[in-house]
Design a binder for this molecule. Structure first.
Ligand code: PMP
Length: 377
């Protein structure tokens, strides 16, 4: 399979991830639930993973690195901590349903800081206008549909000036772009462990600026067993129930692999592949490409609209040819409304650190073949 759906989840992972998961399955039990070696090894692994993530994302206290089951889980904790019914929340025009649906369920007043695709200055201006008086703000670092890198540092600075707590959705940037909680001053940053961080599905991370958090789940934590209430301290306050130890062990291996790469190497590789793909597809009348003028504004995600052939059908035919891509709205209808692609959706091709040039060439050639065959019909 040629896998070009890394924006959904990582598929090719360093071999160390697989080995770490298997090792955890055979040597580790539940951390914090016993002083015997297998429980202690699990506790050490979790702690090592918190430290590695803390180093990567500028979180001083590893206790503020909380394990979740997904980015969605972390975003729910963050939003339900900060926002109540009727509260005004400013979001970008590129948020995922993992942000908009919880806000809808809370009954928040959601204000979209609307701005065009690949226009960071306009995004900053839109937040500047919308922020005064807001209870919280949310910004996705990178759009999962278009790979658009939002100017999160400048938006974070505005939030600090206005005293508005910021939630960052780093689902598409973690492991690809630098992100520093200390410098950003965000209240929360949520991310999956299973995309750019190269861990297994079922892992996620919530970076918390403080322990002023509302648990989404109550239950056993292995600490303060005599209390009827959840501990006040992190990470226990947000980690009720038995941890996904094999998943977290795999996540640690993924993060360690990333830390061994040259700084910026993943980004450079992915950008080069996105250019290669776009170069092969550009200039056709039956394809509209969504490309930023500046590389700083886009990652290794390329969305296209296939004029003359339904995107889902193009994706199906690519799938039959062993090429995995995703068509439709990508759980982000708001992003499509912002870019004017809500009616068609897009065909999204997204690369990983392990994608090769040959795979890109083969996928581009097959897509062109599919379009030409459909035009002949
Ligand atoms: N936000 C964005 C921007 C995403 O791309 C995704 C995953 N598609 C999510 C949130 C949700 O991530 P998860 O599947 O880990 O809950």
């Amino acid at each position: 399979m040629i896998y070009l759906d890394s924006a959904a989840t990582s598929y090719h992972k360093p071999a160390a991830v697989r080995h770490a998961v298997l090792r955890a399955l055979t040597t580790m039990t539940s951390p914090g639930r016993g002083g015997y070696p297998s429980a202690m090894e699990a506790a050490d692994t979790l702690y090592a993973c918190r430290c590695a993530l803390g180093d990567l994302f500028g979180v001083e206290d590893p206790a503020n690195v909380v394990f979740t089951s997904s980015a969605t889980h972390g975003l729910n904790i963050a939003l339900k901590t900060l926002v109540g019914p009727g509260d005004r929340v400013v979001i970008s025009g590129f948020e995922h349903n993992a942000v908009t649906r919880p806000l809808r369920a809370i009954g928040a007043e959601t204000v979209v800081a609307a701005s065009p695709l690949f226009d960071p200055d306009a995004a900053v201006e839109a937040y500047r206008r919308a922020l005064p008086g807001a209870k919280a703000a949310v910004c996705c670092h990178v759009s999962n549909v278009f790979g658009y890198v939002l100017p999160v540092e400048r938006i974070a600075a505005l939030c600090r000036e206005e005293g508005v707590p910021l939630v960052i959705d780093a689902a598409q940037s973690a492991g690809v772009l630098p992100l520093d909680m200390r410098e950003l001053g965000a209240a929360f940053t949520a991310m999956p462990g299973h995309k750019g961080l190269l861990g297994p599905q079922g892992t996620g991370v919530l970076l918390c600026a403080s322990d002023a958090v509302l648990p989404l789940l109550e239950g056993g934590t292995g600490s303060l067993g005599e209390s009827e209430e959840m501990p006040e301290f992190l990470p226990d306050r947000l980690e009720a129930g038995t941890h996904n130890v094999p998943g977290i062990a795999g996540l640690l291996a993924g993060v360690s692999w990333l830390q061994r790469q040259e700084p910026g190497a993943v980004r450079t590789h992915e950008t080069a592949l996105r250019h290669r793909l776009a170069n092969a597809l550009r200039g056709r009348r039956d394809l509209r490409l969504f490309e930023a003028e500046e590389d700083a504004c886009q990652t290794g995600v390329l969305s296209v609209v296939t004029d003359g052939l339904d995107g889902e059908e193009a994706a199906r035919q690519l799938g039959e040819a062993g090429i995995a891509v995703r068509a439709g709205l990508h759980c982000a209808p708001l992003a499509h409304r912002s870019a004017g692609t809500f009616d068609t959706g897009t065909l999204r091709l997204s690369v990983s650190p392990f994608t090769t040039e040959r795979e890109i060439d083969a996928a581009a050639a097959r897509l062109i073949e599919i379009l030409e065959r459909s035009a002949r019909k």
